[in-house]
Write a protein that binds this ligand. Structure first.
Ligand code: PEP
Ligand code: MG
Length: 798
């Protein structure tokens, strides 16, 4: 990244400029200051040695841009250049741009990864916006020939109604430039017929986009679709100002129609990609059906009232339990709706008129739903679905009907608001060819399951349930997170060719699945499988897994209402390990609690289950539960030395030692010699990252669990739709945690792998390889493509 150096006579001034630039780039700019002199009596001045130090601090192969304030700042900088070695000097550019505006523009461009020429150009034209505003003359760039600069002719486009209270001012503009930096396509932003480069902070600022003005984003090039998807996602977050917009919206009138359909791209709805693939099929919409009102006679008012009260209480208790799970706030709100005394009063008034309980409940709730449906505010209209859902649940309790399972008769795209993991697990893969949810998150367990089953999936596609009808032919592009419902002929052709490419690539990947993945420059990678039980073994082997990097044993425990015995567990562990010959099998000890309750071992409710007794914490508190599993693993390992044990949710050394003591105790009780069972830990709690050096002295391996690591580093629940954008393993803080973990493992000479969802995401492969990761564990359906991706990469020269 191009480095930025600010040279000023005043340290306070330079620090202020640096603070602004850091804020604009969210800390991404590589910036140093050389300001003031070391004289407490007279601190104003510049120092060539300090300038040289600052340049050296931020200089890499991309070069450095230096901005200076007055007079001698330039002289000191020129002297500093003379002191630098030739190699460094050649990479330094001094610019005459004003120190505040110039540093902002240069920092944003540099943080976006633009080359030094572009950074200089941005800094140099930094005053243009201000000049234009004040009516001063601005040097006009020669207009580019039509057809070369204007990309809109054959570009993908996306229209957006800006709701940012202050329009697209510097910070949102910086967010746009940063978001588009990774894409090589030509990108432009248009307002009222005026088009500018969407990679230039100054140009975007010059457009002067205000609140309630419409902009169009155009992208043209090989990664145009991804650029549009990235821009769409950013726009949906109001370019980093969602909070300000939300505050503004409360006091504003109803949003105009455009805002409702704002996530449309030329006949598509945009969401978050969960699993790649392109599929066209008719839509089925999954909603639980409303049980019919039974044709029975009225008993008496007391009995009918008691019946309805009982049903409400039953559903309310269930909702309150669900409110502790991911998406809990929805269930908590439903439980509150159920407690509404007005509803109860209306139902009881109907019953007093000799209406049976089921009919009374249904009538009152449908009338309420109708009121919501015709509300003026869109937010209130959307609540109709909630009322319907609550009504249905109480109707099920009243009639004793069993809720329907998802049954689909022909290959279809399944649309739903959200799915529980059990819904996804029960899907027939030959019938559900893609999943599209209006809610959900990238690392929710239903998303993980969709990926594991190899089903193309997109989540958070707002509006999909309203805009698509059952039977509509729709196309899901799981790569770009797009749901097409009315593609143009040209787009159809493009999607068809993309699908063709995808299928051909899959075919090729599968053909090469059994050979090891080696990068172009000879770096060998190990690809292991994440499995949930013996039923996953065949697919893992067929997809070329070089072992198991994560065996989630909790699925064994969640299958029935009774805990699996030591013998049952032993048999399963041994069977799986035997199937893999001498390839390593990593058995993760029980990881329940948090979002994974255990019916066979109910636990008291916790205020914050994700921060409570999860994983190893629960196991150490419930020794018998843990000991049974450890004994089964020790016995299986005695016969299958390819087994290794992995402990989840470790935060500190004491926990590791407690686990090891328990293993030793069980080994003694079993009368076993030291069988040298390798013991490793998951790194998924931020404390484990900070303790990684010490932990590495205690264990045989690390495996990075990016699903939990991301949620804990970002303090964002991995199953909560409202914070789905934060649950992003590309966030610099998460990347830093991964880097530190790999460094600690390498320093200690222990093995390190990754088994969170990031490991199977080919968009992350290059980055992870560059961070030093060599072992990847992912859903087995992802392994062939992952290996192909590795084979295409060259690390040394890239
Ligand atoms: C993780 O947290 O990254 C992980 C692999 O574990 P799980 O998703 O089962 O919590
Ligand atoms: Mg985890």
């Amino acid at each position: 990244m191009v480095g930025i150096v600010v040279v000023s006579h005043s340290r306070l001034l330079a620090e202020g400029v640096a603070e602004l630039a850091t804020q604009m780039t969210q800390g991404k700019a590589n910036l140093a200051i050389a300001a003031g002199v070391d004289d407490p009596e007279n601190p104003i001045g510049t120092d060539a040695i300090a300038v040289m130090g600052a340049i050296e601090e931020v200089c890499d192969q991309d070069g450095v841009v230096v901005l200076m304030d007055l007079g001698s700042a330039l002289l000191s900088t020129e002297m500093a250049l003379e002191l630098l070695d030739d190699d460094t000097r050649e990479r330094v550019a001094l610019v005459s741009a004003p120190i505040v505006e110039g540093t902002m523009a240069a920092s944003v461009a540099a943080a976006a990864g633009l080359p030094i020429e572009a950074v200089i150009a941005e800094a140099t034209s930094a005053l243009d916006v201000k000049k234009e505003h004040l009516g001063e003359e601005v040097a006009v760039e020669a207009p580019q020939e039509s057809g070369t600069a204007d990309v809109s002719a054959e570009a993908l486009s996306f229209q957006w109604l800006v709701k940012n209270p202050h329009g697209i001012h510097a910070r949102p503009a910086a967010a746009i430039v940063g978001c588009l930096a990774p894409f090589s396509s030509d990108v432009q932003l248009e307002k009222a017929g005026q088009k500018v480069s969407a990679k230039s902070l100054n140009s975007i600022a010059k457009l002067g986009v205000r609140c309630d003005e419409s902009i169009v984003f155009y992208a043209s090039g090989h990664d145009a679709e991804q650029a549009v998807a990235a821009f769409t996602q950013l726009a949906n977050q109001h370019f980093g100002e969602a909070e300000q917009v939300a505050k503004g919206v409360q006091t504003e009138p109803e949003q105009p129609e455009e805002a409702v359909i704002a996530n449309e791209i030329d006949g598509a709805l945009a969401g978050i990609s969960v699993n790649g693939g392109i599929v066209t099929a008719p839509a089925v919409i999954f909603t639980q059906e409303m049980p019919a009102v039974p044709g029975r006679d009225f008993t008496d008012a007391d009995k009918e009232t008691a019946k309805v009260r009982e049903a409400i209480a039953e559903v309310k208790a269930h909702l309150e339990a669900q409110s502790k799970l991911p998406h809990g706030e929805i269930f908590a709100a439903h439980a509150m709706m159920l407690a509404d005394p007005e509803i109860a009063a209306k139902v009881e008034a109907e019953i007093a008129e000799q209406v049976i309980a089921e009919q009374a409940w249904f009538d009152v709730m449908m009338a309420l739903a109708e009121q919501y449906k015709s509300a003026e505010s869109q937010y209130m209209r959307e609540r109709e679905a909630d009322v319907y859902d609550i009504c249905r649940q109480v109707m099920i309790a009243l009639t004793g009907e069993t809720p329907k399972a998802i049954t689909i008769n022909q290959p279809s795209v399944l649309l739903a608001r959200d799915l529980m993991p059990s819904d996804v697990a029960g899907l027939d893969k030959s019938k559900v060819v893609a999943i599209c949810l209006s809610e959900g998150g990238k690392t929710s367990h239903s998303a993980i399951l969709a990926r594991a089953m190899g089903i193309p999936a997109v989540v958070k596609v707002q509006g999909c349930l309203e805009q698509v009808n059952v039977g509509d032919e729709i196309t899901v592009d799981g790569f770009s997170g797009l749901l097409w419902f009315a593609p143009s002929e040209a787009t159809k052709e493009e999607l068809a060719s993309k699908r063709h490419e995808w299928l051909a690539a899959q075919e090729l990947a599968l053909q090469n699945a059994q050979s090891q993945a080696v990068t172009q420059d000879g770096i060998e990678i190990h690809a292991l499988a994440n499995i949930g039980g013996p039923e996953d073994v065949e697919a893992a082997l067929a997809n070329g897994a070089e072992g198991v990097g994560l065996f989630r044993t909790e699925f064994l425990f969640q299958e029935s209402d009774e805990l699996p015995t030591e013998d049952e567990q032993y048999a399963v562990y041994k069977q799986i390990a035997a199937a893999f010959g001498d390839k390593p099998i990593t058995i993760r000890s029980l990881d329940v609690g948090g979002d994974k309750p255990l019916a066979a071992y109910p636990m008291p409710e916790e205020e914050n289950p994700f921060l409570g007794q999860r994983g190893v914490r629960l196991c150490l508190k419930h020794e018998e539960l843990f000991a049974t599993q450890l004994r089964a693993i020790l016995r299986a390992h005695a016969e299958q030395p390819n087994i290794q044990l992995m402990i989840p949710m470790i935060a500190n050394v004491a926990e590791v030692r407690a686990v090891k003591a328990l293993i030793a105790k069980q080994r003694t009780q079993l009368g076993m010699a030291d069988t040298a069972l390798p013991v490793g830990i998951m790194i998924e709690v931020p404390a484990a990252v900070f303790n990684a050096d010490a932990l590495a002295q205690e264990v045989d391996f690390f495996s990075i669990g990016t699903n939990d690591l991301t949620q804990y580093v970002m303090a964002a629940d991995r199953g909560n739709t409202e914070v789905a954008e934060l649950v992003n393993y590309f966030e610099p803080a998460v990347i830093k945690a991964i880097e530190l973990t790999i460094q600690s493992a390498n320093k200690a000479g222990i093995s390190v792998s990754m088994c969170g969802e990031m490991a199977g995401d080919v968009k992350a492969t290059e980055l992870l390889l560059k961070l030093g990761l060599r072992k990847f564990s992912a859903s087995s359906t992802l392994l062939p493509t992952l290996k192909q991706q590795v084979r295409a990469l060259e690390l040394v020269t890239s």
